[in-house]
Design a protein around this ligand. Structure first.
Ligand code: GAP
Length: 456
């Protein structure tokens, strides 16, 4: 039995659609899969790249106070001493004395193994960082860690960015990259895995202004999710209690999403104060301060950090876009993705495989591909093809029929309304561009032709 949220989204359906249509596959599937690791297929990789692009545009390219970096995954081991991860990045673990299954102590509801009812060991702290060795010798001196967050790459580059960009406070550094956590319990599809991607901004501000900037980022980040189509009622803030705060945090508020298994963290916004820069100054012996021109003194900036998992965000967008509706005798499954996120923006569908229709359709296909990811589908009935595109979230289908050869017009069919309009081929690219960016464009093209609007 799959669980349903009040919104009615079913995780099993999301997993099955993702597998069937090539969004997400289990990792190493031919060997039985690798627990909590996932591979993105041809559609999944487009969706994921679009999510990252939308975030990067919003936090880097459309702003003049944030710059990006791409730091290495392996970092000097002292980084993790300074950051507190070696000592404090752990979860309490209990093991079943009978079946040896391991559990996160803080997630257990009873004092016995949830699988076999066996007795449990006392809780011990289990560090979540993956270890490996640098070079051919496997000893303590060559131990390195796969980063559990991208944040430290930005802190250790603080002075590099400052001196090369001449940014003044407040300014941020953003990064998207892989992170690894040896989670004790995983699950809920791509919600919690051991290898995932994070998108983080470290926003450096003058001490005393951190609370104001914290509120700013809370609002900013919530709006980003809503702008890209997440229903506002499926998002809410959750403030961390004092006991729950990470070792570096003065304040943390999560943006929670109503996933199929219930409300859970989608993004975290933390006020890290001056913890990280102070620690790196102490451990590296290098100055990590900033010269404040107004106060004429060196200060250690505070940091506000919005951080979210790419994979978890992909899951939220999949769940929120998923819709089913009865259409005539069939159930229509639609992914109502925002056009910016949809893997394909347009599908070209010739009504027949006969010439000269194919030539007309392939010419349009070649033309549109210069602008967007475009699908081409000529198999089975037009109704079936519309359904296939609905199910993967393609916002617009272009149908080329024999009439097109005579009047040089094609039909644009909209995914959400299923409305159809006829447009001149010469206007097609411009029309789609306007529709994909949300401009309402049912303006008459030059020449005053009235477009026909039909219902499927
Ligand atoms: N630098 C701060 C930081 O890493 P976090 O709350 O531990 O904060 C940030 O992680 C985000 O990364 C979370 O809000 C969540 O979206 C995502 N995330 C964390 N652990 C994850 C996991 N095991 N699998 C997938 N996503 C994860």
């Amino acid at each position: 039995m799959s669980e349903r949220t009040p919104a009615g989204v079913d995780m099993e359906k999301i997993v099955s659609l993702s597998r069937r249509r090539g969004f997400i596959f289990p990792s190493s599937e031919i060997y039985g899969g690798l627990s909590s690791c996932w591979d993105y297929g041809p559609l999944g990789v487009e969706l994921k790249r679009n999510v990252k692009e939308a975030w990067w545009n919003a936090v880097v390219r459309e702003r003049d106070d944030v710059v990006g970096i791409d730091a290495s995954i392996l970092m000097h081991p002292r980084v993790w001493e300074a950051s507190g991860h070696l000592e404090g990045f752990s979860d309490p673990l209990r093991e079943c004395r009978n079946c040896h299954q391991r559990w996160r102590a803080d997630e257990l509801k009873e004092d016995q193994c949830p699988d076999c009812g066996g007795g449990l060991t006392a809780a011990r702290q289990f560090n979540l960082m993956f270890k490996t060795f640098m070079g051919p010798v496997e000893d303590e001196a060559s131990t390195v860690y796969l980063r559990p967050e991208t944040a430290q790459g930005m802190f250790v580059n603080f002075q590099n960015v400052l001196s090369t960009t001449r940014k003044r406070l407040p300014f941020g550094i953003a990064q998207i990259g892989k992170a690894f956590r040896n989670e004790i319990t995983t699950g809920n599809f791509i919600f919690r895995s051991r290898e995932f991607e994070i998108m983080e901004v470290e926003f450096f501000v003058k001490p005393g202004t951190d609370e104001k900037w914290f509120d700013y980022w809370l609002e900013e980040r919530l709006n980003w999710h809503v702008k890209l189509g997440i229903k506002r009622e499926n998002l809410r803030f959750r403030e961390h209690d004092k006991e729950e705060l990470s070792h570096y945090s003065r304040r943390t508020v999560d943006i929670n999403y109503l996933f199929p298994m219930g409300w859970a963290e989608l993004e975290g916004i933390a006020n890290r104060g001056d913890f990280d820069l102070t620690q790196h100054e102490k451990f590296s012996g290098k100055e990590m301060t900033y010269f404040d021109d107004e106060a004429k003194e060196h200060i250690t900036p505070c940091v506000v950090e919005p951080a979210l998992g790419v994979d978890r965000t992909v899951l939220a967008f999949l769940c929120d876009a998923y819709d089913e509706e009865q259409d005539k005798d069939e159930l229509r499954v639609v992914l109502r993705f925002h056009p910016d996120l949809a893997p394909f923006k347009v599908a070209v569908l010739p009504l027949s495989r006969r010439e000269p229709l194919v030539k007309a359709a392939t010419d349009i296909y070649a033309d549109l591909r210069q602008h967007w990811m475009v699908a081409y589908d000529d198999a089975q009935s037009i109704g079936r093809r519309y359904r296939r595109q609905d199910e993967i979230g393609t916002p617009f289908c272009i149908t080329i029929d024999f009439q097109s050869l005579e009047d040089n017009q094609v039909t644009i069919r909209e995914r959400d309304s299923m409305n159809q309009i006829r447009v001149p081929i010469a206007e097609l690219q411009k029309t789609l561009a306007a529709k994909l960016t949300g401009e309402d464009l049912f303006v008459l093209p030059e020449g005053g032709q009235v477009w026909k609007v039909e219902k499927e």
